[in-house]
Design a protein around this ligand. Structure first.
Ligand SMILES: Cc1cc2nc3c(=O)[nH]c(=O)nc-3n(C[C@H](O)[C@H](O)[C@H](O)COP(=O)(O)O)c2cc1C
Length: 348
C-alpha cells in the first residue's frame, strides 16, 4: 500500500513519510529508495519486518496449498483469474534487505515483528540512522529500549494492517492505544510515538495528552490519492463501510485489521485452513489482482484501522493542512477554557 509518491509527499509537506518495504526483494528496495529520493530531499523512513516468515512456511506442502486454495477457488474463477499452481516458497532474507538500506543511505529505519541483531543495529547507529522499533505491549517496549533503539512506536490494536507483535502471539497483544501509550511512556525513557486509531486532530491531541511525542497515522493516509491503495479500496475507506473493521489471519497468515467484507468473513470461519505467513499472502494475491480488475471490492483485502471512518481528506497536503489547523483550534479552545477557569477562580 506504500507508494514512493505517498512517502515523499508526507515528507515534503511536513511529516515523516514511511515506506513499508518488507515484501520487496533487495534490488526492488534499492530502486524504491532512489525513486523516493528523486521526489523529496527531506528525511523519510524505510520500514522492514524483522521476522520474515512464520514457522512452517519452509516446510509447507503442496497439499496444504490446495486445502487453503479451496475456499478461494470459486472466487478466483468468478473474477476470471487463472487457477494458481503450487510453487515452493522462496524466502527473502531480512539481512539482504537491511544491507540495501545501509548501502543507499536513509535517515530513519523503522521495523516491526522483532528486534534486529545487535550487529545490525550497530551498523545503523554507526551511520547516524534513527532507529524506530514498534511495540504492541509494554514488555516489547522495554525490550526495544534495552536493545538501544531511539524511538518507540506504541501500536494499539485499533491500527490498520498487521499487529507486529514479537514477544507474545498477536492475539494476546491486543491492548488499545488509549491504554498502551501511557503505560509505555511510564515504562521507558525514550520518546514514544502513538499509533493506532488516530484519524484526526482530536486523536493527535489525545495522544499527546497520553504522553506521546509524535503520532504514526496509516489509515488516514491510505485514503489519500497518493497512496498505493487501489480505487476500490480508497472508495471503501471513504464510505460508511469502513465503520466496521475486524482482525483476520486470512489475508496473509498473520493477524491484521481490515474492513469487514465477504472475503474477511469467509476466511475467518473456523474450518478454513490458513497457510503460514507469507504463503497465505501470496495465495490471496491470486484472487485480489483479478478481483480488483473485475471491480469486486467484496473479494479484496481492504486494509484499514478503526479510524477509517474519520478519513475525509483525499490528498496528503490537504490532510496535513487540516490536521495542523484543527490541532491549533483545539489548542486555542483548551487555552480559552483554562483562561476562563482562572478568571472564574479569581472572581470567587
Ligand atoms: C495498509 C497498511 C499497511 C501497513 N504496513 C505496515 C508495515 O509494513 N510496517 C509497519 O511498521 N506498519 C505498517 N502499518 C501500520 C502503520 O505504520 C501505522 O502504525 C498504523 O496504520 C497506525 O494505525 P491507523 O491505521 O489506525 O492509523 C500499515 C498500516 C496499513 C493501514
Amino acid at each position: 500500500m506504500s507508494s514512493q509518491r505517498l512517502t515523499a509527499s508526507v515528507s515534503n509537506y511536513g511529516g515523516l513519510g514511511s515506506f513499508g518495504a518488507h515484501g520487496l526483494k533487495p534490488e526492488a528496495i534499492r530502486n524504491v529508495i532512489r525513486e523516493i529520493k528523486a521526489l523529496t530531499t527531506k528525511p523519510f523512513a524505510m520500514n522492514l519486518w524483522v521476522s520474515m516468515e512464520d514457522e512452517g512456511a519452509v516446510a509447507s506442502t503442496e497439499e496444504a496449498f490446495h486445502r487453503s486454495l479451496s475456499p478461494l477457488a470459486k472466487h478466483i474463477e468468478s473474477v476470471g483469474g487463472a487457477t494458481p499452481s503450487y510453487h515452493p516458497y522462496e524466502p527473502i532474507r531480512f539481512e539482504d534487505q537491511v544491507q540495501v538500506l545501509l548501502d543507499e543511505g536513509i535517515s530513519v529505519f523503522s521495523f516491526i515483528y522483532g528486534i534486529p541483531s545487535k550487529q545490525i543495529l550497530d551498523e545503523f547507529r554507526h551511520q547516524g540512522i534513527v532507529l524506530i522499533g514498534t511495540a504492541t505491549t509494554v514488555d516489547e517496549a522495554i525490550a526495544l529500549e534495552q536493545a538501544g533503539v531511539d524511538v518507540i512506536a506504541a501500536s494499539g490494536f485499533e491500527a490498520g494492517g498487521h499487529r507486529g507483535s514479537f514477544l507474545q502471539p498477536s492475539e494476546d497483544s491486543l491492548t488499545g492505544t488509549m491504554a498502551l501509550v501511557p503505560q509505555v511512556v511510564d515504562a521507558v525513557r525514550l520518546p514514544v510515538v502513538a499509533a493506532g486509531g488516530i484519524g484526526d486532530a482530536r486523536g493527535i491531541v489525545a495522544a499527546f495528552a497520553l504522553g506521546a511525542e509524535g503520532v504514526q497515522m496509516g489509515t488516514a493516509f491510505l485514503a489519500c490519492e497518493e497512496s498505493g491503495a487501489n480505487t476500490l479500496h480508497r472508495k471503501a475507506l471513504l464510505s460508511g463501510q469502513a465503520r466496521q473493521t475486524a482482525l483476520t489471519r486470512g489475508f496473509t497468515g498473520r493477524l491484521a485489521r481490515g474492513i469487514k467484507n465477504r472475503l474477511l468473513d469467509e476466511l475467518n470461519q473456523n474450518n478454513i485452513e490458513i497457510l503460514p505467513y507469507p504463503l497465505q499472502r501470496a495465495l490471496v494475491r491470486h484472487l485480489s489482482i483479478p478481483a480488483e480488475k473485475a471491480g469486486r471490492p467484496e473479494l479484496l483485502p481492504l486494509w484499514s484501522g478503526q479510524s477509517a471512518n474519520l478519513a475525509r481528506c483525499t490528498h496528503v497536503r490537504a490532510l496535513l493542512d487540516t490536521l495542523v489547523k484543527e490541532i491549533s483550534e483545539i489548542g486555542g479552545a483548551v487555552q480559552s477554557w483554562s483562561a476562563h477557569r482562572q478568571l472564574e477562580e479569581a472572581q470567587e
